[in-house]
Write a protein of this length. Structure first.
Length: 83
């Protein structure tokens, strides 16, 4: 079995990532889906910069979601030393 990299973080950091993930899934993802829908309505997708930009944004959002999910799955909660 391959060793997964662990991501040390405080409980507060973990919860912050959870909130960020929730926002990406419930706010940002639906917004970009709507942008894609609107851009499609403009017609020819081959020369549609709005569509291309929305698809790029969608890719970045999905990449962020996957990255955060990976970090949360492999989180190592550490104590906040107050430094």
């Amino acid at each position: 079995m391959e060793n997964q990299k662990q991501y040390p973080m405080t409980q507060e950091g973990f919860e912050k990532l959870e909130r960020e993930l929730e926002e990406l899934k419930t706010v940002k993802r639906p917004e970009v889906v709507e942008k894609i829908k609107v851009a499609r309505s403009f017609g020819d997708l081959s020369e549609n910069s709005e569509y291309d930009a929305a698809k790029d944004e969608q890719g970045f959002i999905e990449q962020d979601i996957q990255g955060i999910e990976h970090m949360l799955r492999n989180a190592l909660i550490i104590e906040d030393t107050g430094d």
